[in-house]
Ligand binder design. Structure first.
Ligand SMILES: Cc1ncc(COP(=O)(O)O)c(C=O)c1O
Length: 369
């Protein structure tokens, strides 16, 4: 574990910090940080348009990054669109099904829900996955509040001909994805929640030529006259303007780092979940949902506001957690609770940090009993 922690410069800068806000964003290993400056020092040029060598090298780097990201989820490079973040990916996906009926769940993040509210003709938010039936289905793969994993295979089995859009933002950082076997039509995730930089996300599209970009601009077209334009058939149709080139390269480094540690991460996640479950019983502090597959735990305390708990954790214990609705207010309403405190673990967190967190939480709660 010390080996892994030493790869993250920010953890050496703040040795007392217990960072448990990984579902919001993760820290970056040195290889990712270095990739950003490496790009600007060695390769900086705009891509796809230049015929000079530097531009060609930058283009190669960008396209190789697409290949690495594609391989990571078992997709083909021609199916990977680089976007700004998962929010842009989900907006693009949902906009393609505007004025249609969309089936979704109460577990969604606002970045899925708000485009559904705005663009769909009608929608239904299900709490039971086995009850989802429809032509267009838009669901999260893992909840950012409870860590619950949604079984996409069951949804596909129940809806063999449906278009399925999935939000993999919290799933991809923790679990291996084989996009062909989960058989979805579109799949979104963010780079910065999986050790990559901010400013880059991914939208997998099974058949990219069948849908349209939300944004138009340079690099998306094969022909433009004074009255019409023709979009390219490739993923470039979705990448209007100058794309996040350095960020794509740095994301490829994050993917390489993560791939080399994925087995360790899986073992760590399972250990954290096992110990956490034991401590929850022992300390009688229960997360809002016990059925978790990914180490994201949210808590609700009737006697003290979640913001106060989060502030005390920071002030007295150097523990960084998130509090509020976590951009999933309808889920809190469905569960009948107010804002929650969320602790989310990742590859550099330790068992010792979990014990410290639970002890700190117990001390704070006891004060307000
Ligand atoms: C499940 C889920 N989907 C989508 C998003 C949006 O990600 P981003 O803010 O990187 O666009 C988040 C962010 O927390 C999330 O947790």
């Amino acid at each position: 574990m010390d080996m892994i922690r030493s790869d993250f410069p920010i953890l050496s800068k703040y040795p007392r910090l217990i960072y448990l806000d990984n579902a919001a964003t993760t820290h970056k290993p040195k290889s990712v940080i270095d990739a950003l400056s490496e790009f600007y020092i060695n390769y900086n040029a705009n891509i796809h348009r230049g015929v000079y060598r530097l531009s060609e090298e930058a283009t190669d780097l960008y396209e190789r990054s697409r290949e690495i990201v594609a391989r990571f989820i078992g997709a083909e490079p021609y199916q990977i669109v680089f976007v700004k973040n998962a929010t842009e990916a989900l907006n693009t996906a949902i906009w393609n099904f505007r004025s249609l009926d969309i089936q979704s769940t109460v577990y969604e993040h606002h970045s899925m829900l708000l485009p559904i509210y705005r663009y769909s003709k009608s929608y239904k938010l299900h709490s039971r996955i086995d009850e989802i039936k429809g032509d267009i289905i838009a669901v999260t793969h893992a909840s950012n509040v409870t860590g619950r994993v949604i079984d996409l295979k069951t949804i596909r089995e129940n809806n063999p001909n449906a278009i399925i859009i999935a939000d993999g933002t919290q799933y991809v950082p923790h679990m291996s994805v084989d996009i062909k076997s989960i058989d979805v039509d579109m799949y979104a995730f963010s780079g910065h929640k999986m050790l990559g930089p901010t400013g880059i996300g991914v939208l997998y599209i099974k058949n990219p030529e069948q849908y349209e970009p939300l944004m138009l601009g340079g690099g998306t077209v094969s022909n433009v006259t004074d009255s019409m334009f023709r979009l390219l058939d490739t993923v470039e149709r979705y990448e209007a303007g100058t794309p996040p080139i350095a960020e794509a390269y740095a994301l490829s480094k994050a993917v390489e780092y993560l791939s080399s540690k994925f087995e360790d991460l899986y073992q760590l996640d399972q250990k954290i979940i096992r110990i956490a479950n034991k401590l929850f019983q022992e300390y009688e502090i229960y997360p809002v949902e016990m059925n978790i597959n990914i180490p994201i735990f949210s808590f609700y305390f009737p006697s003290v506001h979640s913001h106060d708990v989060a502030e005390m954790l920071d002030t007295y214990y150097d523990i960084a957690v998130r509090s509020g609705y976590h951009c999933a207010q309808p889920l809190h309403e469905f569960l009948g609770i107010g804002p929650t405190v969320r602790a989310s673990f990742y590859i550099y967190n330790t068992e010792e940090e979990l014990y410290k967190f639970m002890n700190a939480l117990k001390n704070i709660i006891l004060k307000f009993k």
